[in-house]
Ligand binder design. Structure first.
Ligand code: G4P
Length: 287
């Protein structure tokens, strides 16, 4: 590995220009919004939470939606749910991939906005379409959720953080209109562990990552917190980094000039997390 390159790649570039634009757009649009869906990845319920969200969405009603329930360590994530509920959040844990969990979100939205509708009816008005703003850092499942609720392939589902989107209201047939966040929001990237957790679960474009660093973070997290899992998946029983790479290289047949192909091993481990081969893991450890 080239040291200069690794130093360069480690300083994660989080697109400040895009973020400023997103913040401005949300600020302008907030007056039209009835409720915010704040989306986080259930494997990183702390790390994927947007920094300064309260300043951004003020006192709007909000549902904290934790996606990828099928991939998280449910016991640890439940502790985070309790933590947020104690702070007054309404939290929904959902699997957007293989379940109908999104229906819970629709139901909760109508419950939360009952007052708005009742007031309108008292004033002789029709019920309104509830306007929802969907926000979250890249890769947490915003587009997937919008597609589920709108019932079409309308949002841009692409596992590539950094794709800028236009401000776009999408109609549904469940009394909700959805506004996707155009672009990028900012997590707490000044915290190195947060940055590594986000990178490990696919929230930062892989082209700008130091894959070895990410892989070592994943392996160490698994070794320390999920020893039986890392044994089962890679047959790792020792936390010496070089040995871990050797064992995985052997398992997947990744050798170059008689040595472990470190690049391939790193990529394999990263892909195993991002694609969900490794599940039942929450990277934000509860301490
Ligand atoms: P974003 O708009 O917030 O950037 O996220 P997006 O919806 O594009 O979702 C990112 C990836 O996460 C997608 O995978 C999506 O399928 C997956 N995903 C979203 N919610 C869940 C969930 O609850 N469980 C699981 N297991 N995966 C989820 P992808 O590889 O980009 O696309 P796909 O072809 O697998 O759908």
């Amino acid at each position: 590995m080239n040291n200069n390159e690794s130093c360069h790649k480690t300083s994660i570039n989080w697109y400040p220009g895009h973020m400023a634009k997103t913040k401005r757009l949300i600020g302008n649009e907030l007056k039209n919004i009835d409720i915010v869906y704040e989306i986080v990845d259930a494997r990183i319920p702390y790390s994927s939470k947007i920094k300064d969200i309260n300043n951004l969405i003020k006192n709007k009603s909000r549902i904290l939606i934790m996606t990828k329930k099928d991939l998280c360590d449910i016991d640890v994530t439940k502790k985070w749910i309790k933590y947020y509920e104690e702070q007054g959040y309404i939290v929904l844990l959902v699997d957007l991939k293989e379940s109908q969990d999104y229906k819970k979100i629709i139901e909760c939205t109508h419950n939360i906005t009952k007052d708005i509708q009742e007031k309108r009816i008292e004033r002789g008005l029709k019920e309104k379409e509830i306007r929802v703003l969907v926000i979250g850092i890249p890769n947490v499942g915003k587009s997937t959720l919008i597609n589920k609720i709108t019932g079409k392939k309308s949002a841009n589902v692409e596992n590539r953080p950094g794709v800028t989107k236009q401000l776009n209201y999408l109609k549904t047939n469940v009394g909700i209109t959805m506004l996707d966040t155009p672009g990028i929001l900012w997590p707490k990237l000044d915290d190195q562990n947060v940055a590594l957790n986000i990178a490990s679960t696919g929230g930062i474009r892989s082209e700008i990552l130091n894959m070895d660093e990410i892989c070592i973070h994943i392996l160490n997290t698994l070794y320390e917190n999920y020893p039986s899992k890392i044994k089962e998946i890679y047959n790792i029983t020792n936390n010496d980094v070089m040995e871990m790479y050797e064992v995985i290289a052997k398992k997947i047949g990744a050798f170059k000039n008689g040595e472990a192909d470190y690049e391939r091993v790193s990529l394999k481990v990263y892909n195993d997390v991002v694609s969900g081969v490794i599940k039942g893991v929450t990277f934000d450890i509860w301490k």
